[in-house]
Ligand binder design. Structure first.
Ligand SMILES: NC(=O)c1ccc[n+]([C@@H]2O[C@H](COP(=O)([O-])OP(=O)(O)OC[C@H]3O[C@@H](n4cnc5c(N)ncnc54)[C@H](OP(=O)(O)O)[C@@H]3O)[C@@H](O)[C@H]2O)c1
Length: 337
C-alpha cells in the first residue's frame, strides 16, 4: 500500500510503498478513503512536537470502509463505512487522559495511507450526511472542539461565546457546535478575507473582527452587546492578554493549543479580580467522541473542507496548512489519480 511518511524533521514527507498491515485480534483493517491534516502534523514535520519517533506514517483523521476483521471481532462487516476515533488509549478517567494516551499518527502508524489497522472499539459509523472528505475532516477537530466547549467550558444556550482564529479547523467546528447548542457565537481572524468568508459560511456565527485591528476587543464587545461568557482559543502567546479583557466577570477561557507559544506575562490580578476560570483541554475521550457525533448527526452539521489534495500530494498539503492560508480543513483523498 501507499503511505506518506515523515523520516526526519524539516524534510519533505515521502510517499512510499509499504506492506499492508494485517488486523490482529480485536483489530480491524480500514481501507481509507480520505484523511485530514491537523496542525499537529505540521508541528511533527517541523520537529516541534514532543516525543518524536520517526520515521512514521502521519495522520490522525480518517474515513473509509472496513476491509478485514481480526480474530474475535464482531459487530462490524467488511464494507461498513466508518470514521476512526483519533486517539489511542484514553484510559478510564473522563477527567483526563491516562499516561499512555497518544494521538493517532506518530508513534502509531497514522491515516495518511491507503490502509490502517485500529482497535475495533475505535470505529464509529460514518455520519450518513457527510462525504468521505467531510467525514475525514471531523474526528480530531470535532472531538477537541466538543470537549473544550462542553466538557471543559460548559457552554450553555444563550451564552455569548468568542471563538478566536476562525480560520482554524478546530475553531470552525467549535463555532458550529456552540451555535447548534443555542449559544451566541462571535469569531475573530487575523485575515479580513478569511473573516468575511467565515461569516458567509453556515457556521452560526453572528459577527466577528480582525484580531490584528486596533482595540478589537472593545469593538467586538460593542458589536456583540457585551463581554463574553466563554472564550475558546488555541493561540495563547502575547494575544492572550486581550482575552482577559473581553471575558465577562465570572467568564471561562478555554484553550486547547498554543500556536503563538507561552503567554509572556499573565497578570494574575486580572484573572482573580474578574473571577475568571482558565481551562486547558486536550482532544477528548471516546465518550466525548460519541457525544460530539450525536450532536453532529442530530443537527446535520458539516465540517468545512477548504481543499482536497491527493495522498501523493501530501507534502504540498502539509506546506499549504503550514502557510495558514486555509479556511477549514485540508484533506487528502486516497484516490490514485
Ligand atoms: N490539545 C489538543 O488536543 C489540540 C487539538 C487540535 C489542535 N490543537 C492545537 O490547536 C492549534 C490550532 O489547531 P488547528 O488544527 O485548528 O490549526 P489550523 O487549522 O492550522 O489553524 C490554526 C489557526 O490559528 C489561528 N491563529 C493564528 N494566530 C492567531 C492569533 N493571534 N489569535 C487567534 N488565532 C490565531 C489562525 O486563525 P486565523 O487564520 O483565522 O487568524 C489559524 O487558522 C494548533 O496549535 C494545534 O496544535 C491542539
Amino acid at each position: 500500500m501507499l503511505a506518506l511518511q515523515q523520516d526526519t524533521p524539516n524534510q519533505p514527507a515521502v510517499l512510499r510503498e509499504i506492506p499492508t498491515p494485517e488486523p490482529g485480534p480485536g483489530q480491524v483493517l480500514v481501507r481509507l478513503r480520505a484523511a485530514a491534516l491537523n496542525h499537529r502534523d505540521v508541528w511533527i514535520q517541523k520537529g516541534q512536537y514532543g516525543g518524536l519517533k520517526l520515521p512514521c506514517t502521519l495522520g490522525s483523521d480518517g474515513s473509509g470502509e472496513v476491509g478485514a476483521l481480526g480474530a474475535d471481532v464482531t459487530g462490524w462487516a467488511v464494507g461498513d463505512e466508518v470514521i476512526i476515533y483519533p486517539g489511542v488509549e484514553w484510559g478510564d478517567d473522563e477527567r483526563a487522559q491516562g499516561r499512555s494516551f497518544r494521538v493517532l499518527g506518530m508513534p502509531d502508524p497514522g491515516t495518511f495511507a491507503e490502509f490502517i489497522t485500529v482497535p475495533v472499539s475505535y470505529l464509529r459509523p460514518r455520519p450518513a450526511h457527510l462525504s468521505w472528505e467531510q467525514a475525514a475532516a471531523l474526528p480530531l477537530a470535532g472531538l477537541t472542539a466538543y470537549r473544550a466547549a462542553f466538557g471543559r467550558a460548559r457552554v450553555q444556550a444563550g451564552e455569548r461565546v468568542l471563538v478566536t482564529g476562525i480560520g482554524g479547523g478546530v475553531a470552525q467546528v467549535a463555532a458550529q457546535l456552540c451555535a447548534a447548542r443555542g449559544a451566541e457565537v462571535w469569531v475573530s481572524s487575523g485575515d479580513e478575507t478569511k473573516l468575511a468568508r467565515a461569516l458567509a459560511l453556515p457556521l452560526g456565527a453572528r459577527g466577528g473582527i480582525n484580531y490584528n485591528s486596533e482595540n478589537w476587543g472593545r469593538a467586538l464587545q460593542a458589536q456583540a452587546g457585551g463581554a463574553f461568557d466563554v472564550v475558546i482559543d488555541s493561540a495563547g502567546g502575547d494575544a492572550f492578554g486581550a482575552l482577559l479583557d473581553v471575558a465577562a466577570p465570572g467568564g471561562r477561557i478555554v484553550f486547547y493549543g498554543a500556536t503563538l507559544g507561552a503567554i509572556p506575562q499573565l497578570v494574575l490580578q486580572r484573572v482573580f479580580w474578574k473571577q475568571l476560570s482558565l481551562l486547558g483541554s486536550t482532544m477528548g475521550s471516546p465518550v466525548d467522541f460519541d457525544a460530539m457525533l450525536a450532536l453532529v448527526n442530530e443537527q446535520q452539521l458539516v465540517p468545512v473542507v477548504d481543499r482536497v489534495f491527493l495522498l501523493a500530494e501530501g507534502d504540498a498539503a502539509l506546506r499549504y496548512l503550514a502557510s495558514g492560508q486555509q479556511l477549514g480543513k485540508v484533506v487528502l483523498s486516497m484516490l490514485r489519480t
